[in-house]
Design a protein around this ligand. Structure first.
Ligand SMILES: [Zn+2]
Ligand SMILES: [Zn+2]
Length: 248
């Protein structure tokens, strides 16, 4: 198989025997993005990067990830300028705030004051989520591009399928990127992979529970030792058993 530099992470992920190669790619991309913003290169000190973190901030999940990563001063500096902008916007909201007319506003099914909408917008953006989304789109595009290679199709067929989260994304992306001549391969293959892998993980969970029966105490674990984190990954993606990603 001819390997272009951009296709390597994707072919690599499909060789890892992971419950979901897209989870594997997502974790790599996420750690790379965290290292980019808060790692040794200190990209948060570059004015154009800071302008974006000031505008987008981070979601709850990624503040926790940044906290765990451990660059406390970097986090403080990013928050310092973010707080300045936040308070400026908040003051503007206060300046135009009007007491709601109870009858008119709360009678509606979805009342939304401008300040409520603003708070909602502040919560809807994240620098790291945006970067991840961009990277994942590229991985999906590469995946569909690679399907023309028989060797890659084979490694998809040999894979353990996908988590439900990335299965949903894959199905959505297929509408955009799947070449017409792969339709009759793609859907039967992916659906069979999902059907089989859900049944397989279910079997592992069943045996994990059976192992708690004293009569099975000496029986082998088979593939059930890590059935709980793998079962969770299969349902929602990501790796529940991962230790926090920290700077070296
Ligand atoms: Zn996944
Ligand atoms: Zn985020």
């Amino acid at each position: 198989m001819k390997e272009h530099i951009d296709t390597i992470p994707v072919t690599d992920a499909f060789s890892k025997d992971d419950e979901c190669p897209f989870c594997y790619l997502e974790r790599q991309a996420e750690q790379r993005a965290i290292r980019y913003i808060a790692g040794p290169e200190a990209s948060y000190m570059e004015p154009d990067v800071r302008a974006v973190t000031d505008a987008q901030g981070f979601c709850r999940h990624h503040y926790k990830a940044l906290y765990d990563y451990g660059n406390a001063l970097g986090n403080a500096l990013m928050m310092q300028t973010y707080y300045v902008g936040l308070q400026k916007e908040f003051q503007a909201q206060l300046g135009s705030f009007e007491l709601p007319d109870k009858k008119g506003l709360f009678a509606k099914k979805h009342p939304s004051l401008p300040i409520t909408q603003w708070a909602k917008e502040k919560e809807s953006t994240c620098f790291l989520c945006s970067r991840l989304e961009y990277n994942m789109r590229r991985y999906y595009a590469t995946f569909f591009h690679l399907l023309k290679e028989p060797e890659f199709r084979q490694s998809v067929e040999n894979s353990k399928g996908f988590c439900m989260h990335h299965f949903r994304q894959l199905m959505e992306m297929a509408e955009e990127y799947l070449p017409n001549n792969q339709i009759s391969w793609f859907y039967p293959t992916v659906l069979a992979l999902m059907e089989n892998s859900l049944a397989r993980v279910q079997t592992d969970i069943d045996w994990f529970i059976e192992k708690f029966d004293y009569r099975n105490a000496d029986a082998p674990w088979k593939n059930s030792m890590d059935a709980v984190p793998r079962g969770m990954q299969k349902l929602k993606g990501s790796y529940p058993a991962d230790r926090p990603f920290k700077q070296d």
